[in-house]
Write a protein that binds this ligand. Structure first.
Ligand code: EPS
Length: 361
């Protein structure tokens, strides 16, 4: 499976091409609506107020409602671009923004929003992920679900999957939503931004997916997740907590009834173990701030930078569906590779119905 995207935040459209998708997957433009709405800007006062329609046009690869096996091309036209918002930064670079490194790489300053580096690009990842989620669910009963696990200093005090979709934050603790709303209101008024952590869990992943050395499942997940805008860290399972763990604590002991914990995050030696695949990402605070900051202009001279326009005080709030999409795409890719090499032969007696007492969801 090969996905590539194109388009700029303030260009006429964004889109993606998905190559290697199996034939026969039922798909209509409406199938994209749910996840694109979950990712969209302007759905609550806590996110960027850019209001895009995000209507998907299927340009190729689908005939009579089913994928044909040829390249799928999806297009979304930009309907609410406002390039003039960025006129005042055309000659400068935002501290911590990719516009500085894009300039050094290409020598072209596309100041319209983030141009190609805008988080608008992630719309197409979510669209591609819809197909992967659907295929994984229909063939293996896999669900790929995420939630916001931290925002600034706040972590959930309780965990309930059933409330995650009921609030603007994808937060698993309903009792804390009012606290988060006040926190975000104060932050937005201050003009500053904040970082966040998103966790994703894929369940029912069969054992055996992933390449043993090159193309390890965890390596591919890390690369895919790290390629999302603003991501600065990726953890698999216990992740950086492993540093302080003893082997006797970290190892996931096995019984005939299943694993007793899941510090491995469902991956051993780069190959899925049959346990839930658990990943976590750290997203940096948005760099487009209306608080003045020191920067340099195109001539390398000192300047003050203030970014106007419509920005997210916490880009992590909308990152849950994006991270889910990347996990789903990697899993689908690994499933197809596994099928190509090993056929559909499964490992005998996998410990998949594990009880994972004490494991992080
Ligand atoms: C976004 C589109 C962007 C921002 C936002 C997310 O629009 P523009 O390119 O016009 O700035 O609204 O990007 C940010 C994360 C931010 O805070 O600047 C999108 O569609 O996700």
């Amino acid at each position: 499976l090969c996905v590539t995207t194109f388009g700029e935040s303030h260009g006429p459209a964004i889109g993606c091409v998905i190559d290697g998708c199996p034939p026969g997957i039922a798909i209509t433009a409406e199938d994209f609506r749910h996840d694109l709405d979950r990712r969209a800007t302007g759905k609550s006062r806590h996110t960027s107020q850019r209001h895009e329609e995000d209507a998907v046009e299927i340009l190729s690869g689908v005939f009579e409602g089913k994928t044909t096996g040829t390249a799928l091309a999806l297009l979304i036209r930009n309907t609410d671009a406002r390039s003039k918002d960025y006129g005042n930064i055309a000659e400068t670079f935002r501290p911590a923004h990719a516009d500085y490194t894009y300039w050094h790489k290409y020598g072209i300053r596309d100041h319209r929003g983030g141009g190609r580096s805008s988080a608008r690009e992630t719309t197409m990842r979510v669209a591609a992920g819809v197909i992967a989620k659907k295929w994984l669910h229909e063939h293996f009963g896999i669900s790929v679900r995420g939630y916001l696990a931290q925002i600034g200093p706040h972590t959930p005090a309780a965990f309930d999957w059933s409330v995650v979709e009921d609030n603007a934050f994808f937060w698993p603790d309903a009792a804390m939503v009012a606290t988060l709303e006040s926190y975000m209101d104060a932050l937005r008024k201050s003009g500053d931004s904040i970082g966040a952590r998103v966790n994703v869990v894929a369940n029912n992943v069969p054992p055996g997916w992933g390449e043993p050395i090159y193309g390890k499942l965890d390596a591919e997940l890390a690369a895919a997740l790290m390629s999302i805008n603003a991501v600065k860290g990726v953890e698999i399972g216990a992740g950086f907590e492993s540093v302080a763990q003893h082997g006797s604590q970290h190892r996931d002991e096995m019984t005939p009834q299943g694993f007793l914990s899941n510090h491995a995050g469902g991956i051993l030696g780069g190959i899925s173990s049959g346990q839930d695949v658990c990943v976590s990402i750290a997203l940096k605070p948005t760099s487009s701030l209306r608080l003045p900051g020191r920067g340099v202009n195109l001539a390398g001279e000192a300047t003050e930078v203030i970014t106007t326009g419509r920005h997210d005080p916490c880009v992590g709030i909308r990152a849950t569906p994006i991270a889910e999409a990347m996990v789903a795409l990697v899993l689908m890719d690994q499933a197809l590779r596994h099928r190509a090499q090993c056929g559909d032969v499964g490992v005998m007696s996998p410990l998949i119905s594990a009880s994972v007492a004490g494991a992080k969801p």
